[in-house]
Design a protein around this ligand. Structure first.
Ligand code: NAP
Ligand code: F7E
Length: 343
C-alpha cells in the first residue's frame, strides 16, 4: 500500500514541488484546491492524470481553509498518513491591505485543519508551513531558539499557527511539526514576490519589451534558497522519529540590491539604468534582515541547501527568458495588468 498525503496549497509554488516529490516517492497525493472562475492549477497541470485512469495517483478536491466542516469531511474520507498545511495568503505586503483575511486563512485556517485532524479521528503526521517572518525585528542569525517578533499581519498570523501547532503536539500527542522556512524561490515563484518580479523584468528588458522596473526597499537582507530543495526538508521532518521544529535556510545573506545586480549582470545589463523607486512597494513595517542558521536540520535531518543566490538568480532569469520566448501569452496584457497586480 502506498502512503497517502494531503496537501493544502497544492496549487502554489511549494505545493507543486512537494506533490512532484511525493509522487516520485510513490505516494498517493490528494490536494485541496479553491474553486475559481478560471483555472488555477497551472503549476500542477503537468502532474495531473484523469482520475478515471487506473494509474492516477493525484487527486484534487475543492475546499478552502476557511471551511472547517469541509476539512473534517475530506480528512475522514482521504485518511492520509501525512498532512502538509501549505495553504495561506502568503504575501507580506498584501497582508497589510487584507489583515483580517490573512488572519483567517494564514492563522485560523491552521487550527481548522488541526481540529479536522482531531475530530475526524485519523492517525496522521502534520506539517505546518511556518516562516522566517516570525523573527521579524529580531536580528540575525536566527535559529530554532531565537525569539519571535513578527512585523506584519502575515507574520502575526503565522505566529499563531506556529504556537497552535506546538500546542496540538503537546495537548493531544499529535505528530505535528513546524518547518520554519526562510525565503525560497524558483521559476514557479508568484510573480509579485521580489525575486520573480526582478527576473521577469530582466527577461522582458533583455528582449526589449520593458524599459524600467519599479521597486521598493533595496536594502532588505534575505536568505534566498531554491524551493525544490526545501520541499525535501519538509518531507524529512515528517519522517523523523520524534516531532520537532526546524529551520530551513541557506545561511547566506543577500540584499535585494545584490539580487538585482546578479540578475541584470547575468544578461549583460546595468541594473542602475533600469530600476526606479516607487514608495508603494514599501511596507508600513519592514523586516530588515533574515539570515537563517540551518545547523539543526543538517545535523538531525541530513538536509542542506545547495543552490546559492547567484545560481538561483541565473536559473530564474533563464527560465523567464525561456518562458517569454516560448509562451503563447500576450505580453501586452501582462504589462497592463502589472500596475495593480504588483505588490
Ligand atoms: P504560494 O505560492 O502563495 O501558495 C499559496 C497556496 O495557498 C496556493 O495554493 C493558494 O491557492 C493556497 N491558498 C490561499 N488561500 C487559501 C485558502 N483560503 N484556502 C485554501 N488554500 C488557500 O505560497 P508558497 O510560496 O508556495 O508557500 C507555501 C507556504 O509556505 C505558505 O503557507 C507560505 O506562507 C509559507 N512560506 C513560504 C515561504 C517562501 O519563501 N515561499 C517561506 C516561508 C513560509 P490559490 O492557488 O488558489 O491561490
Ligand atoms: O519581499 C523587498 C521587500 O515579497 C522580499 C513570502 O514568501 O518570504 C516571503 O516574504 C523583500 C522585502 O518576500 C519590492 O520590502 C523591495 O524586504 O519577495 P518578498 P517576503 O516579504 O520576504 C517569507 C519567508 C514568507 O513567509 C512569505 O510568505 O523585498 N522589496 N521592492 C520588494 N518586495 C516586493 N514583493 N516587491 C517589490 O517591488
Amino acid at each position: 500500500m502506498s502512503k497517502r498525503a494531503f496537501i493544502t496549497g497544492i496549487t502554489g509554488q511549494d505545493g507543486s514541488y512537494l506533490a512532484e516529490l511525493l509522487l516520485k516517492k510513490g505516494y498517493e497525493v490528494h490536494g485541496l484546491i479553491r474553486r475559481a472562475s478560471t483555472f488555477n492549477t497551472s503549476r500542477i497541470d503537468h502532474l495531473y492524470v484523469d482520475p478515471h485512469d487506473p494509474s492516477a495517483k493525484i487527486f484534487l478536491h475543492y475546499g478552502d481553509l476557511s471551511d472547517g466542516a469541509r476539512l473534517v469531511t475530506l480528512l475522514a474520507e482521504i485518511d492520509p498518513d501525512e498532512v502538509y498545511n501549505l495553504g495561506a495568503q502568503s504575501h507580506v505586503r498584501v497582508s497589510f491591505d487584507e489583515p483580517e483575511h490573512t488572519a483567517d486563512t494564514t492563522g485560523t485556517g491552521t487550527v481548522r485543519l488541526l481540529e479536522a485532524v482531531r475530530l475526524s479521528g485519523i492517525e496522521t503526521r502534520f506539517y505546518q508551513a511556518s516562516s522566517s517572518e516570525l523573527y521579524g525585528a529580531t536580528p540575525p542569525p536566527q535559529n530554532e531558539e531565537t525569539p519571535f517578533y513578527p512585523r506584519s499581519p502575515y507574520g502575526a498570523a503565522k505566529l499563531y499557527s506556529y504556537w497552535i501547532t506546538k500546542n496540538y503536539r503537546e495537548a493531544y500527542g499529535m505528530f505535528a511539526v513546524n518547518g520554519i522556512l526562510f525565503n525560497h524561490e524558483s521559476p514557479r515563484r508568484g510573480e509579485t514576490f521580489v525575486t520573480r518580479k526582478i527576473t521577469r523584468a530582466v527577461a522582458a528588458i533583455k528582449v526589449g519589451r520593458q524599459e524600467n522596473l519599479y521597486m521598493g526597499n533595496l536594502d532588505a537582507i534575505r536568505d534566498w534558497g531554491y524551493a525544490a530543495e526545501y520541499v525535501e526538508g519538509m518531507w524529512r521532518m515528517l519522517q523523523a522519529d520524534e516531532p520537532d521544529d526546524y529551520v530551513l535556510a541557506t545561511g547566506l545573506p543577500c540584499t535585494v540590491r545584490d539580487f538585482l545586480r546578479l540578475s541584470f549582470d547575468y544578461v549583460g545589463l546595468n541594473w542602475e539604468n533600469h530600476v526606479r523607486f516607487d514608495d508603494r512597494y514599501l511596507r508600513p513595517t519592514e523586516v530588515d534582515a533574515l539570515i537563517g542558521d540551518p545547523t539543526k536540520a543538517r545535523e538531525k535531518l541530513g538536509w542542506k541547501a545547495t543552490v546559492r543566490p547567484d545560481e538561483l538568480a541565473r536559473l530564474m532569469v533563464d527560465a523567464d527568458i525561456e518562458m517569454l520566448e516560448h509562451s503563447g501569452r500576450p505580453w501586452s496584457d501582462e504589462v497592463s495588468l502589472e500596475s495593480w497586480r504588483e505588490n
